[in-house]
Design a protein around this ligand. Structure first.
Ligand SMILES: Nc1ncnc2c1ncn2[C@@H]1O[C@H](COP(=O)(O)OP(=O)(O)O)[C@@H](O)[C@H]1O
Ligand SMILES: [Mg+2]
Length: 390
């Protein structure tokens, strides 16, 4: 319907055939229905308000973002519906206001909105607010920052480790030379020196193995996938940890479902995952406690779940937020790199991990590994498409 047509119609309303008015009203209603459908189909939230700031329309996306019931929201002021922002002040500015905001209900979202006054022949007739959901963009940015941070860290650490490797090597060679010289000495003088030498050699070996492990852990690597039976891999790692576990008197309960399908995994890296998680669990249990670690595996059509629980000290809520940051360790001699590496490896396998914990009673780490190698991440299903009338 052309602009100005309605004004002309209203001016001549008393002279127009009622049947014509009827058909025009019908068309208007149809047009309104069409616009409402368009608004409802939008991914963006749309809220329309009158000049007094009372809501006259909100679409499905807006009601979802803010957890609002459409019927109950009509005629309410925006300030009553969405708290925590000074809507009044923004409306009084008389210009378009563009802002980011965070909402916690019905779920945590980062939203961007702009609020614009609607003018009808220079007179304020209301406001329109358009809202975009930035939650997933933000999560992506966060993930990029994290992986860049990890990348920089890896490079630095690898550099340092490499630099330590050279003097360590030469120390080893000098000890060998020393050993040869000592061998030529008389027995009485030789013995105490040989003891010192043996200790020095042991310590160098220990440093060397720490260094090797460290380099292996942080080396950015491409996955070397092979068919792996996870339950066997887990048993192997537990065998390696056996001395530490029995020293602490920790019981291990295994519920390794035998029908877990073979997975295409990098076995070495996945061993590192189990090693780190199981060791964290063991270290969380104090030696005098009746410690227990449970490993459960289950699978469904699309993924394998590995649940590793301990009844250790647990993790405080504050610690939970920083646990994945490099060098964050609550342990003497801890590197604070374990969880970071675990998560990187799991993610490189297309999986995810989750940690739940209750302070004082224990922690559960869940690893989710997809059954099929994901070539690309699927985009989430688009919202339902509404068929528009022709
Ligand atoms: N199972 C667990 N129980 C309690 N705390 C844990 C557990 N796993 C990890 N943590 C906490 O997370 C921190 C980081 O772990 P990690 O990255 O493996 O480094 P590290 O083991 O060298 O400290 C640990 O210092 C510990 O405080
Ligand atoms: Mg650790």
């Amino acid at each position: 319907m052309k602009t100005g047509f309605l004004e002309k119609l209203v001016a001549k309303l008393d002279r127009v055939d009622p049947a014509v008015v009827q058909s025009i009203v019908d068309r208007l209603l149809k047009e309104k229905g069409f616009f409402v459908q368009v608004f409802e189909a939008l991914r963006e939230g749309v809220i329309l308000m009158g000049a007094d700031g009372r809501v006259s329309f909100l679409n499905a996306a807006a009601s979802r973002f803010f957890g609002l019931d459409v019927e109950l929201s009509i005629d309410k002021k925006l300030a009553e519906l969405v708290r925590g922002m000074d809507w009044q002040a923004m409306m009084e500015q008389g210009t378009v206001v563009s802002r980011d905001m965070e909402v916690f209900y019905p779920e945590r979202r980062y939203l961007h909105f702009y609020l614009a006054p609607i003018l009808d022949r220079e007179v304020l007739s209301g406001f329109v607010m358009i809202v975009n959901d930035l939650t997933s963009d933000r999560a992506e940015t966060q993930a990029t920052i994290e992986s860049e941070r990890l990348g920089a860290l890896t490079l630095l650490a690898a550099g340092v480790a490499h630099e330590i490797g050279n003097p360590l090597n030469s120390l080893g060679i000098h000890l060998q030379l020393l050993d040869r010289k000592i061998k030529r000495m008389v027995a009485g003088e030789r013995q105490p020196l040989e003891e010192h030498l043996a200790t020095a050699r042991q310590e160098i070996q220990r440093l060397d193995s720490i260094l090797k492990q460290f380099l292996q852990a942080i080396r950015p690597s491409t996955l070397r996938r092979e068919k792996v039976q996870l339950s066997e891999l887990c048993r192997d790692v537990l065998k390696l940890l056996e001395p530490e576990l029995s020293e602490r008197g920790i019981r291990v309960v295994l519920d390794l479902n035998t029908d877990i399908p073979l997975l295409d995994l990098d076995a070495v890296q996945m061993q590192q995952v189990f090693h780190n998680v199981l060791r964290n669990a063991a270290q969380a249990i104090s030696t005098d406690a009746d410690g227990c670690i449970t490993v459960r595996m289950a699978s469904n059509d699309f993924e394998v779940q590995v649940l590793i629980s301990d009844n250790g000290v647990g993790i405080s809520p504050e610690q939970m937020g920083t646990m994945f940051e490099p060098y964050r360790s609550t342990k003497e001699g801890g590197t604070g790199l374990g969880l970071l590496i675990v998560r990187r490896i799991i993610r490189e396998h297309g999986g995810e991990m989750e940690i739940e914990s209750r302070e004082g009673s224990g922690t559960r780490v869940s690893l989710f590994l997809p059954l099929a190698v994901k070539k690309a991440r699927l985009l989430p299903e688009p919202d339902a498409v509404i068929e528009l009338p022709p």
